[in-house]
Design a binder for this molecule. Structure first.
Ligand code: NAD
Length: 247
């Protein structure tokens, strides 16, 4: 029970990697605040988790929503121990010269500004209590180019850079901030964006393990970075990708 009575906020917690992390945190005793765009919590979360769990509708790209998310969590659970930033969007697969400005802006607003807003507001609170832990979900696209995804690659390189910067700023306060960089992972993001079966097969073939990651495999890396098991690690980007980045 590494997280007994710890309060964990998970943005993007209604789906995919965020949802898998919620289930693992709950199994280890955490109290969960799921924060996502939809009006209500995903039905399977309410049925599969028996520990304390609450939901807040939030658009992370709006600072006022993020402030409400933090205030609501403190009033509901009495504090916050861990923030997992999993909310993110992929955008269309279009080559750079044809990429639409509104798509570019949307991805930067959610993946970069939204994640920064969540860190900004949580860190005010963490700095006061001199304790806290943040795990940001970046991507292998935070280390590699990704054909057809100029804005996504820019946004995930930004997440890696923001993670390093905030980690240095807050290390002396006992607050650790790390990132997990998943490779191709079987979630609605991957399934929805790439309906083209041949493309999906090529992505699996490109991965040395010849398969997609499971959301639980990414979630267990998130829990490692959020736990005391990693107590001397900060500012790192842990790549969990079946060997994709090695080639
Ligand atoms: N699936 C992959 O292959 C993969 C690979 C690398 C990185 N990632 C990253 O992992 C994270 C989780 O992705 P996933 O695969 O679980 O996708 P997903 O689509 O299953 O889940 C993303 C969740 O984020 C929420 N969300 C989107 N925009 C939001 C906003 N503005 N405010 C609040 N919530 C918002 C969605 O509603 C959704 O519930 C993302 O940051 C993604 O970029 C995914």
């Amino acid at each position: 029970m590494r997280f007994k009575d710890k309060v964990v906020i998970i943005t993007g917690g209604n789906s995919g990697i965020g949802k898998a992390a919620a289930i693992l945190f709950a199994q280890e005793g955490a109290k969960l605040m799921i924060a996502d765009l939809a009006p209500d919590m995903a039905a399977d979360l309410t049925t599969s988790i028996s520990s304390p769990i609450a939901y807040v509708q939030v658009d992370v790209s709006k600072l006022s929503d993020v402030e409400k998310m933090i205030e609501y969590t403190i009033s509901h659970f009495g504090g916050i121990d861990i923030l997992v930033n999993s909310a993110g969007v992929l955008g269309p697969r279009v080559r750079t010269e044809k990429y639409a400005e509104e798509d570019f802006d949307k991805i930067i607003d959610v993946n970069v500004k939204g994640l920064w807003y969540c860190m900004k507001v949580a860190l005010r609170y963490f700095a006061e209590q001199r304790r806290g832990n943040i795990v940001n979900i970046a991507s292998v696209a935070g280390h590699l180019g990704m054909v057809g995804h100029i804005a996504y690659a820019a946004s995930k390189h930004a997440v890696v850079g923001m993670t390093k910067t905030a980690a240095i700023e807050f290390a002396k306060h006992g607050i650790r901030i790390n990132a997990v960089c998943p490779g191709f992972t079987q979630t609605p993001m991957l399934e929805g964006a790439e309906a083209d079966q041949a493309y999906l097969e090529a992505l699996q073939y490109a991965t040395p393990m010849k398969r997609f990651g499971k959301p639980e495999e990414i979630a267990s890396a998130i829990l490692y970075l959020a736990a005391d098991d990693s107590s001397f690690i900060t500012g790192q980007s842990l790549i969990v990708d079946g060997g994709l980045i090695l080639q």
